[in-house]
Design a protein around this ligand. Sequence first.
Ligand SMILES: [Zn+2]
Length: 153
Amino acid sequence: MATDATTPVDIRIDKKRLFYVAWKDGHVSRFPLGYLRKICPCATCNDLRQKLSDAQPQPPAGGGFTSLNVLPDAAPRPVGSTEITEAHPVGRYALQFVWSDGHDTGIYSFDILRAQSPADPYQADEMWEGKPVSRLGEDLEAESRAKNAPLWE
Ligand SMILES: [Zn+2]
């Protein structure tokens, strides 16, 4: 059942860099697109994550949180896998993203997006491109606003 925590009131996409959701409860989630692709919930990506986590169990560095359902940064990524070409609503509960490499099987429910929100405390140690994901998302947004670039399209 949708709650204020999983009801988006504003969704914005910078197709090259960032996916932004403001939730009804006031929380804001900023997903760098590389990270968003990394948590793709489709069966293919789930299988890949499972194989990788079976092959190389990685204890959390420094006791930080390591999610088994998130691809490690070192996982191979197809060229063009971190830009979005289209996003479609799926009913009232999810979004489907079409990535620039053609991958389009991931249905991101609002429950999943909120649970994987980089700003949530348990995701704080999740790293992407050398920075905590939450920090990278904030940086991308701030940078774009500072340049007064049309961030959202
Ligand atoms: Zn996928």
